[in-house]
Design a protein around this ligand. Structure first.
Ligand code: NAD
Ligand code: TYD
Length: 340
């Protein structure tokens, strides 16, 4: 392993992985390949922009010609695929881009990887492929029951990866992370969205009764989990990466407000997300057996995360313009008008 292609490396988790790997492994070349969609952001890569073992190439994982050029130019031997459309609400409003990137894009990246003799292909996936789990913990061999177009497209991409392992003997590994939080997260996901809205004293639209449960994983723990799976994972296997820290959405919301010293009156209960999964929770013994342990809990990492958004307005204020405001209008205007 020498030349690692990190697709989607300008996004939230991909850029955390890149910042970590560039520093930790000066002997590897880290080449980021990213389409720079609304969620891709070169500011996320500023901390490594001058490092000699980092390169950036712009392109779509579903664009075969450009993928091929980049494989040849950098003699890629390892692929870590973060590239995805990643927001459930957007997948309900407009699923096309999800099929394009999370299914077709994964297929093209796999096919080109095979043709270029890539060693290991790691696909970054999500707990959402298991669907809603009322009690207990999802294990790697549990069936897929995806409920949103996002989850279904991620499941489709995973199945493509599996088929290339079985059919062509490709060396593949899949990781399934739980809900991730930390600095540089696009402010459409609940934690950065609510934090930046609350800073401006704007309403926080909590879907339904706010009693849905998510398992929270700090972004640096997620990045290290992917590193462990990449280095030590068994070919053809999938590994859950869980925060093992489950919280109701309303508890998360109230914790943010108290850390920001803002009143609970900003909370607005709005009509629920369609097909909203009630609970995600995973067992992560399999990754732990490879030597991974989380280093943060929700409680130890949430305050530093909130402070990061408070002190880095330069990063998020310029995002919350243009297309972002159009999405906000479509997603929240009618909901907030109907708020209890
Ligand atoms: P993100 O939306 O912040 O970033 C996605 C990145 O992919 C962006 O830089 C975007 O420009 C790029 N991209 C999108 N379409 C592309 C295409 N066709 N070609 C090339 N690049 C493209 O996402 P994230 O939150 O960092 O998630 C990264 C990965 O982790 C995704 O695969 C997601 O499914 C998975 N995941 C996310 C979470 C979470 O809580 N955020 C949890 C588990 C798994
Ligand atoms: P989100 O950050 O979109 O992640 P995911 O849907 O992948 O779990 O949402 C996390 C939880 O927060 C989810 O149960 C939906 C809820 N939520 C709200 O209640 N209001 C919001 O405005 C958003 C974005 C999310």
């Amino acid at each position: 392993m020498k030349n690692i292609l990190v697709t989607g490396g300008a996004g939230f988790i991909g850029s955390a992985f890149v910042r970590y790997m560039v520093e930790k492994y000066p002997e590897y070349n880290i080449i980021v390949y990213d389409k720079l969609t609304y969620a891709g952001n070169m500011d996320n890569l500023l901390p490594v922009s001058d490092e000699p073992n980092y390169r950036f190439e712009q392109g779509d994982i579903a664009d075969r010609e450009t993928v091929r050029r980049v494989f040849n130019a950098h003699q890629i031997d390892t692929v870590v695929n973060f590239a995805a459309e990643s927001h459930v609400d957007r997948s309900i409003l407009a699923p096309d881009a999800f099929i394009h990137t999370d299914v077709v894009g994964v297929y093209i990246l796999l096919d080109e990887s095979r043709q270029h003799g890539v060693g290991r292909f790691l696909q970054v996936s999500t707990d959402e492929v298991y669907g809603d789990i009322e009690s207990g913990f999802s294990k790697e061999d549990d069936p897929f029951l995806p409920n949103s177009p996002y989850a279904a497209s991620k499941a489709g991409g995973e199945l493509m990866v599996r088929s290339f392992h079985v059919t062509h003997g490709m060396d593949t590994v899949i990781t399934r992370g739980s809900n991730t939080f930390g600095p540089y997260q696009y402010p459409e996901k609940i934690i950065p969205f609510f934090t930046t809205e609350a800073i401006d004293d704007r309403p926080l639209p909590v879907y339904g009764d706010g009693m849905q449960v998510r398992d929270w994983l700090y972004v640096d723990d997620h990045a290290r989990g992917i590193e462990v799976a990449l280095m030590k994972g068994v070919s053809g296997e999938a590994y859950n990466i869980a925060g093992e820290d489950q919280r109701h959405n309303i508890e998360v919301t109230k914790r943010l407000l108290s850390l920001l010293d803002k009143p609970d009156t900003l909370i607005k209960y709005v009509p629920d997300r369609e097909g909203h999964d009630r609970r995600y929770a995973m067992n992560c013994d399999k990754l732990r057996a490879l030597g991974w342990e989380r280093q943060y809990t929700f409680e130890t990492a949430i305050e530093a995360t909130i402070r990061w958004y408070q002190t880095n307005e330069w990063w998020w204020r310029k995002i919350k313009t243009g297309e972002y405001l159009e999405f906000y209008k479509k997603q929240y205007e009618a909901r907030l008008a109907a708020a209890e």
